[in-house]
Design a protein around this ligand. Structure first.
Ligand code: ZN
Length: 134
């Protein structure tokens, strides 16, 4: 972190000022999310993120990005399977298809439906949103 500087007067003599720490109510008691520093020159108070909390937040943001990317990847795969399903359904609906082709399509539909279910549950499992906890 760079040197702390007062935004009001430009002073650089800032001291920890705990009475003004911002509290947040977590699930278990209270926790500090910021550190506050008072400018010795003018009394202005500056807030700073606590580095460990900031690191945790950044790590969470990164995981969220990865989660979104993975979810989008699953969606793409699911859409492709759905398109395959439509194709198979049109084969079954087509009166000019042979009995053999229709039978094959019917069997394939079951597989593709299972694949879609599998993809959906994997997506659910691997990309479920986790709320951020400090
Ligand atoms: Zn100041």
């Amino acid at each position: 972190m760079t040197e702390k500087k007062c935004l009001a007067c430009g002073g650089t003599n800032l001291v920890p000022y705990s009475p003004c720490k911002v509290l947040t109510c977590g699930e278990i008691g209270f926790d500090y999310l910021t550190e506050s520093f008072a400018c010795v020159n003018c009394g202005h108070i500056e807030f700073y993120a606590i580095q460990s909390k900031l690191d945790k937040q950044l790590e969470h943001n990164k995981k969220e990005e990865e989660r979104k990317k993975l979810a989008a990847e699953y969606d793409k795969q699911i859409e492709a399977k759905k398109a395959e399903l439509e194709k198979l359904r049109s084969i079954i609906a087509d009166e000019n298809q042979t009995v053999k082709a229709v039978k094959e399509a019917e069997n394939k539909i079951v597989d593709v439906e299972n694949e879609i279910r599998g993809l959906k549950s994997r997506k659910e499992r691997e990309t479920c949103h986790r709320p951020f906890m400090y």
